[in-house]
Design a binder for this molecule. Structure first.
Ligand code: SAM
Length: 228
């Protein structure tokens, strides 16, 4: 499958392996991750969040149940909601979600926004699991005649080392353990470059939860759609 689909499989697989029941997908864009999360039997709550209202409005249909879902009922009920809002803000309705995914979001953020997102996710929301994916700049040399960034809206593309040092620092600061993986393998002889899309999986360390100290947000997101 194409790379973007491989990223959805990766995220769904991580959620499945960690028995996740509730997930927030920040920067959900066209809500394409939703059908993959639906395949994870433990998941009961999905919140899809993006600042681009038009993209969300046009993607409402993606969270509607498919015909086969009426024939083959899930064992556990599932609610999927689409919200318009920013990953820099914490909506009180999403405070207790267990996991966060951010697929190809961070490279679209200016440094101050990226920092605010990091503070919000790791410092305030403090989910037990976070999955982040971003392009691997080391891999770009494998694209013939490549110059600049993979996408015009990218504010940066990090090498493996840059990404891992940002993630290690994040993990140290907020009490997480981090492991690295990715999708899109390099051809033989170039595997040292790493994956085309690099990914980090953060797990909150036991005893490191500061849940009681979480600041309470308000209902700052706008709900666009909900489906059961
Ligand atoms: N995650 C999507 C996927 O895998 O299909 C792709 C993400 S797209 C490349 C980046 C998205 O981030 C855009 O839809 C953009 O509107 C969104 N975005 C940018 N800044 C944001 C913010 N502060 N909070 C939430 N979403 C944001």
């Amino acid at each position: 499958p194409p790379l973007f689909i491989q990223r959805y499989y990766l995220v769904a697989e991580v959620m499945k392996n960690h028995n996740v029941e509730s997930v927030i997908d920040f920067g959900c864009a066209e809500c394409r991750l939703a059908p993959f999360l639906k395949q994870v039997p433990t998941i009961q709550q999905v919140a899809l969040v993006d600042i681009d209202r038009i993209s969300l409005e046009m993607s409402r249909f993606r969270i509607k149940p498919m015909v086969y879902e009426f024939l083959e009922k899930r064992l556990k009920p599932l609610t999927v909601e689409i919200f318009c809002g920013s990953a820099t803000d914490l909506d009180s309705r999403l405070m207790d979600f267990e996991a966060v995914s951010m697929i190809e979001l961070i490279e679209h953020l200016y440094p101050d926004t990226l920092e605010a997102v990091r503070e919000n996710v790791f410092g305030r929301l403090q989910p037990r699991l976070v999955v982040i994916t971003t392009p691997n700049a080391d891999f770009n040399q494998l694209f013939p005649g490549f110059k600049g960034f993979r996408h015009a809206d990218h504010k940066f593309e990090w090498t493996k080392e840059q990404f891992q040092s940002w993630c290690d620092n994040t993990a140290d600061t907020w009490g997480y353990e981090v492991n690295y993986t990715g999708v899109g393998e390099a051809p033989e002889g170039f595997t040292h470059l790493g994956f085309c899309s690099q990914a980090a999986v953060f797990q909150r360390k036991v005893g490191h939860s500061c849940k009681g100290e979480k600041s309470i947000g308000s209902e700052c997101y706008q709900k666009i759609e909900e489906s059961n």
